[in-house]
Write a protein of this length. Structure first.
Lengths: 415, 326
């Protein structure tokens, strides 16, 4: 205890240790605090007193499908980056390096759960069966959404950082109220005492940068106060564009949960088995009414923030190299091969499926139709609005004035 | 017909809404046992319980943000912002999220959130408790903004806001909360459309357009003008977004002169928008420039001098003189 410490009974020396750990982390890029890890970078499966049980539920087919999903989304990422470079997309937000964090958590969700992503959760989108070509609409500039969240319970991307976190908590508060409605209905028809319905939870994604936003704080206060069924899934990918995570926090992000009064867990975000286990645990707990959990997936954005970014300006390539050595796909491949759970034919098939997806995405992106601005007039309000109607009427009249000019000259010649 | 104050009328309107819509709920700071700092939600927690009258953590962004989430799950949240000047921590959620959700989802999602904001000055209060920020919200497409000026409208408009599928901000004229009037709780009558302006007093020499707290001021000014032989038409705008330009245009085509008064600063305000639209729609009817009466381009002044800032009867009459002598 230093002399500068506040005379608080709550404080012990762990905050100082945490700070040292954060500094070590910033220097080394290594997790220096307890972190749930089941699958080590060398492909060996370890154990955990709580989460091994969840890992044991995974049969070989499921493990192979985790690998297939991760490989598929990495191939998609390469394709989308290429499409941006060719001018087919205005911007792309790559996810390479974060496949395990996204596939592991997304695959732990159930269809009745509702997911609020930020804007890099292409892997989670895949696990929610969002058409990946639809996902590119936003980056091509033909839609601000692109898919109907009601079809997949996967919300639209939110670009204002952390703004989706209170939405998630509110949605979870809605599920709580639905459960009360269902409970009273059950009481009325004599089926009380059965399972909680709807047996659903909410998961919201954000990053280490967004964790500094006030909305994350307010959301965690609301979630804790009302014990809302929500899982906060923070992908600490170490860089908020050019600013390292040590500027966002001086303690491990997972530790913040303690201050709000719910569990916080750091998991190796490059270990798909551990991510899946921890997320499954947290979602089950939330569905059963035990309140929120903060998961910090400790991972790394191997590529640029977006295609407009240049990481060579702010970080050493050696750091990227250290993280490439912890690659989420490679370690699962090592494990699957070592255990004899997948052979060359499997990995060959995964590559072929990836190429097929890439071809589909490329073709569909080229074919995405530019919308008519009239749809923007139509969707500004749900109900009729006189100003919108007036401006649309003007636009129609104005546009009509160009009809003759728009006729190609040779049409006239042909007449 | 029942006589009640505006505060009581909103309270009754909220009660009716909670009774009629099982998925409606109130959210805000101190709205539970206290009944809100203005007692607008008085007694409702006792009748509907803490799940439907929710005392929230003290966080405006959290209130609006969680309301958006609740609405996505099919609920009808009615949020209370304690004072006008305290809406700004929630401004991001209102303008970047709430206003755009329907549009950015290509019409797939609706977020029928209602936000109640007591606004305006004249109560001798301290900083941030007397502001009129309505133009900031009117500038944002996707929102609807209404403001009642009497108990009957207050009773019906809060319910109409909840029924509307778009997000609606209800600006409540806080210095008129204790204004009494007749309320017909059986039928809205001429108040059936919350987005339509009302001609409160007919006249032939000039039109005065006001809303919310300045409605009684404009009516008093029209009375005073009548003693000088001037016939002034008074319009209660009621809706700030959309604005019922048809009613204002028809009036100006008759009177030829227009004065718009509001407590908010004139620069970039609703009065400027009305002046511009009316100059386009009724240019040849205008006998004088449209004159705006409003707050000055300064932060809302300290309470001891707010009388010099707020438009009053004399300032409306002075504007009338200018319009008539042009």
């Amino acid at each position: 205890m230093g002399a500068t410490h506040l005379p608080s009974t709550e404080f012990d020396s762990t905050d100082i240790e945490d700070q040292l750990e954060a500094e070590a982390e910033a220097r080394l890029g290594d997790p220096a605090v307890p972190m749930v890890q089941l699958l080590a970078p060398d492909g060996t499966l370890g154990s955990d007193p709580v989460f091994s049980e969840y890992a044991e539920r995974l049969d070989p087919a499921k493990l192979r499908s985790f690998y297939a999903d991760m490989a598929k989304i990495r191939r998609f990422d390469v394709e989308a980056t290429a499409l941006q470079r060719q001018g087919q997309l205005a911007l792309w937000v790559p996810l390479t390096g974060q496949e395990a964090a996204q596939i592991g958590s997304g695959r732990a969700s159930q269809p009745q759960d509702y997911i609020f992503p930020t804007y890099r959760e292409h892997g989670v989108a895949l696990t929610r069966n969002v058409d990946l070509a639809e996902l590119l609409r936003q980056f091509r500039g033909v839609s601000n959404g692109g898919w109907n969240p009601k079809d997949t319970n996967f919300h639209l991307y939110t670009l204002v950082l952390a703004a989706q976190t209170p939405h998630a908590v509110g949605y979870a508060m809605g599920i709580q109220r639905d459960q009360k409605f269902a409970a009273s209905a059950a009481l009325a028809d004599g089926t009380a005492g059965q399972a909680t319905e709807p047996n659903a939870a909410v998961m919201v994604y954000f990053g280490d940068g967004a964790s500094s936003e006030g909305d994350v704080h307010e959301s965690m206060v609301f979630a804790s106060s009302y014990k809302a069924p929500v899982v906060f899934f923070c992908q600490n990918n170490h860089w908020a564009i050019s600013v390292p995570s040590s500027v966002q926090t001086r303690i491990p992000l997972a530790n913040r949960a303690k201050g709000y009064g719910f569990p916080g867990i750091r998991v190796d975000g490059n270990d798909v088995i551990a991510v899946h286990a921890v997320t499954e645990w947290a979602l089950e707990r939330a569905r059963q009414g035990e309140g929120p959990v903060l998961i910090e997936a400790f991972t790394y954005r191997v590529g640029a923030h977006t295609t407009a970014d240049d990481p060579t300006k702010y970080r050493e390539s050696a750091e990227e190299g250290r993280w490439r050595a912890k690659d989420p796909l490679e370690r699962l491949e090592k494990y699957l091969r070592a255990e004899g759970l997948a052979d060359d034919a499997f990995f060959e098939q995964v590559r072929a499926d990836g190429d097929e997806l890439a071809a589909y995405v490329r073709k569909t992106t080229h074919d995405l139709e530019t919308p008519d601005i009239r749809t923007a007039f139509a969707n500004t309000y749900v109900e009729a609005h006189p100003l919108v109607a007036e401006e649309l009427a003007w636009f129609e009249e104005y546009s009509a004035g160009f009809v003759d000019e728009a006729e190609p000259a040779d049409t006239e010649a042909a007449n | 017909m029942t006589t009640m104050t505006i505060a009581k009328a909103i309270n009754e309107g909220l009660r009716a809404t909670l009774n009629n819509n099982p998925r409606a709920l109130l959210m805000g700071e101190d709205i539970g046992p206290l009944g809100g700092v203005y007692r607008v939600t008085d007694g409702l927690i006792g009748e509907f319980g803490a799940d439907r009258v929710v005392d929230t953590p003290l966080a405006e962004s959290g209130i609006i943000g969680t309301a958006i989430g609740l609405s996505l799950r099919g609920y009808l949240p009615i949020c209370e912002i304690q004072f006008d000047g305290f809406v700004f921590p929630g401004f991001n959620q209102i303008t970047t999220q709430l206003a755009k959700m329907h549009s950015r989802s290509n019409g797939n999602l609706t977020v029928p959130v209602v936000i109640r904001i007591p606004y305006g000055g004249g109560i001798g209060s301290i900083e941030h408790h007397s502001e009129s920020p309505e133009a900031l919200f009117a500038h944002t497409a996707g929102l609807r903004i209404i403001t009642p000026s009497n108990p009957h409208d207050a009773y019906w408009m809060i319910q109409q806001a909840v029924d509307c599928q778009d997000p609606v901000i209800v600006f409540e004229p806080k210095r008129r909360y204790w204004l009494k009037g007749e309320v017909d709780t059986e039928a809205p009558g001429t108040s059936a459309d919350p987005f339509k302006a009302h001609v409160l007093r007919e006249g032939t020499d000039a039109t005065v357009v006001v809303y919310g707290p300045l409605v009684p001021v404009a009516l008093a000014a029209a009375n005073a003008a009548a003693e000088d032989g001037r016939s002034v038409e008074v319009i209660d705008l009621r809706s700030i977004s959309p604005i019922d330009f048809d009613t204002v245009t028809a009036s100006v085509q008759k009177t030829g002169r227009l004065i718009v008064a509001h407590e908010a600063p004139t620069f970039g305000g609703i009065g400027g928008e009305i002046a511009a639209r009316i100059s386009e729609r009724a240019f040849h009817s205008l006998e004088a420039p449209v004159i705006r009466v409003g707050g000055f381009h300064m932060p809302y002044p300290v309470a001891k001098v707010e009388e010099d800032y707020l438009p009053d009867i004399d300032r409306i009459l002075e504007a009338l003189d200018r319009a008539l002598s042009y």
